[in-house]
Design a protein. Sequence first.
Length: 104
Amino acid sequence: TYVVTDNCIKCKYTDCVEVCPVDCFYEGENMLVIHPDECIDCGVCEPECPADAIRPDTEPGLDQWLQLNAEYADKWPNLTVKKDALPEAEEFDGQTGKLEKYFS
Ligand code: SF4
Ligand code: F3S
C-alpha cells in the first residue's frame, strides 16, 4: 500500500484523489489518508502530490504512518473529487513535525 505522510498536514492539496483509480482517500480536517486495504499499489498518486507526501510502505520507517492511515481511513469520510488546497498550504509545505502540532 501507499501511505500519506507528514507533509500533507495543513497542505491537503488533494491532487492525489483525482488520479486514484479505486477512490481510496479519506479526509480529515488537515490531511488525507489512504485506506491500506483498498489501495491497489498502482503508484500513480505518488508523483502527483505537490507536497511529496505520499510514499510506498516498502520504504523503511513508515510504520507509524501506516498505522495512522489505517486507523483514520476507517473513521474519516471518503474524498473522491479534488478541492481547493488549504489556504495556508504554501506556508506549511516543508515544515517539519506537523503531526505533533496540527494533526486532525
Ligand atoms: Fe490510489 Fe494507486 Fe495511490 Fe493506492 S497507489 S492510493 S490505488 S492512486
Ligand atoms: Fe495531501 Fe498531497 Fe494528497 S498534500 S491531499 S497527499 S496531493
